[in-house]
Design a protein around this ligand. Structure first.
Ligand code: NAP
Length: 493
């Protein structure tokens, strides 16, 4: 398969030069206290193109103390004033959408179309929570014995530690910062080491939008395993909102338990994509391409297992193979490219290993299946048919452009196969019969279902998982409540 490389080196200074690459603490940028930095790699070339400051434990504690100092003032801001700042952040992000998208492409590798979609999605969180900031309703009720009133308000939970992954470097940060700020919390954002620049750019945008000093602190670090527990042990930190793998999520839950820090966890997925015998195959293929290939398959919501009714399996796999093999792969900076590289060499080796194991166990490769030679961490769109039910590719998160297909006979089988996983983030269901689709959706153990839709993400909807895919919800009205504590006052009226 041809890899299309772009030569845009002259754009780099413009893309990365308008914001600081140092830590953002207390409204000022500064290097790490120990002087450490780390390189940022372009996955399309494997080459370093920038370096950022790497926060030490001292820097992390400094960020917590700064956020603690800023908390009282920010939580006392009128909700409307907080809303105006969030709305301004939406406007700035939207006006700079193209340069932000290109920044994401060079540090993450995704296609420009995906990056533009991410920036629009990320900016929407600032707009949505600018609207939610002024609608944080409490409640009043009479106690059943009639003797007092039960007055409930939602108070800002306090200093919030936000940890984000590399796959949506803007959207995952915005999905946490916007509701936290709307609720009146101050935050420390620790972005993934593969994609620190987008986070620093968002920090600069929020400063420009009028967020007071110390309310948003951004601390990239190569030492997550040391600085995060140190921050969690600080008594000022009352909230941990983490998006990342289930494995790291389990570690952080244990660390947060020491000081009983409130946790929201957006963890891994293993989404089933169910195609029933009556499905509109055109719609199912369009949906499959979105559910599988958005972000090059590097999405927690990515369709990980395709279960297709035996009566339509051959036709579905034929059409999916045509669409997948027609994708143009290369550097995301090339406007025509639809599939970029994977994030790094480890990710590519993992994907290749899962494919090889499935093939060894009897799967047929309909397209792809062979690692592309360098430079860059490319892996081609791949369709596997007849995947053995014990193959690891059906149990683990693939996080790459691979579609493994398995057939089923009955609705009962489809539901059982779909639920046969420790994960429970999202499932996709394609059927022409809406009542059948709703009945099946209700039996799926997932926080979200795409019913005749390949995309569920929406800032207005509660995003999150059942089982080991997480705790809590981001987005929607639910998202702001994650950054609040309910306080009940018993009132003698
Ligand atoms: P990851 O390895 O779990 O890392 C996520 C974040 O945690 C990064 O900032 C990482 O920093 C940090 N981290 C890693 N080890 C840590 C430790 N011991 N202590 C404290 N922090 C630590 O996940 P990823 O590879 O970046 O992202 C992919 C995963 O995210 C997938 O499993 C995907 O499903 C999940 N995800 C879930 C959602 C959702 O909404 N449910 C959305 C997007 C992604 P470093 O980069 O410095 O290691």
């Amino acid at each position: 398969m041809t890899i299309h490389q772009a030569n845009h080196s002259h754009d780099l200074t413009a893309l990365t030069g308008w914001f600081s690459h140092d830590l953002l603490i207390g409204g000022k940028n500064r290097p790490a206290s120990n002087g450490e930095r780390f390189d940022v790699i372009n996955p399309a070339t494997g080459q370093s193109f920038a370096s950022v400051a790497s926060a030490s434990e001292d820097d992390a504690i400094d960020a917590v103390q700064t956020a603690e100092l800023a908390l009282r003032g920010w939580s006392a801001f009128a909700p409307r004033a907080r809303a105006e700042i969030l709305r301004h952040a939406f406007d700035i992000m939207t006006s700079r959408a193209d340069e932000l998208a290109r920044l994401i492409v060079i540090e993450n590798g995704k296609s420009l179309a995906d990056a533009r979609g991410e920036i629009a999605y990320a900016a929407e969180f600032f707009r949505w929570y600018s609207e939610e900031a002024v609608r944080l309703l409490g409640s009043v009720q009479t106690s059943p014995n009639g003797q007092n009133r039960i007055l409930v308000t939602h108070q800002p939970i306090g200093v919030s530690l936000l940890i984000t992954p590399w796959n949506f470097p803007a959207a995952m940060a915005a999905r946490k910062i916007a509701p936290a700020l709307a609720a009146g919390c101050s935050v420390i954002l620790k972005p993934a080491s593969d994609t620190p620049l987008t986070a620093l750019a968002i920090g600069a945008i929020l400063t420009e939008a009028g967020v007071p000093s110390g309310v948003v602190n951004v601390i990239p670090s190569r030492r997550s395993g040391a600085i995060v527990p140190a921050m969690l042990d600080h008594p000022a930190v009352r909230k941990l909102s983490f998006t990342g793998s289930t494995e790291v999520g389990r570690t952080l839950l244990a660390e947060a338990a020491r000081t009983v820090v409130n946790c929201s966890m957006e963890l891994g997925g293993n989404a089933p994509f169910l195609v029933f015998d009556d499905a509109d195959l055109d719609a199912a293929i369009d949906g499959a391409m979105i559910a599988k290939m958005r972000n090059g398959g590097e999405a927690c919501t990515a369709a990980n297992r395709f279960y297709v009714h035996t009566s339509v399996a051959v036709e579905f796999s034929r059409r999916l193979t045509v669409r997948m093999s027609g994708l143009r792969m290369g550097s995301g900076l090339d406007e025509a490219v639809e599939l970029g590289p994977l994030i790094n060499q480890d990710a590519r080796s993992k994907v290749a290993g899962l494919v090889d194991q499935a093939v060894d166990a009897g799967a047929t490769v309909l397209t792809g299946g062979v690692t592309e030679p360098g430079p860059g961490y490319f892996y081609p769109p791949t369709v596997l048919f007849g995947v053995d039910s014990t193959s690891p590719i059906l149990r683990e998160e693939i996080f790459g452009p691979i579609a493994p297909l398995v057939t089923f006979e009955t609705d009962e089988d489809a539901v059982r196969l779909a639920n046969n996983t420790e994960f429970g983030l999202v499932a996709y269901v394609y059927t022409a019969d809406l009542s059948r689709g709703l009945a099946i959706s209700e039996r799926l153990e997932t926080g979200m279902v795409g019913l005749n839709r390949g995309l569920v993400s929406d800032p207005a909807a509660p995003f999150g998982g059942f089982k080991q895919s997480g705790l809590g919800r981001e987005g929607g009205h639910e998202g702001i409540l994650e950054y609040t504590e309910a306080q009940y006052i018993a009132v003698s009226w």
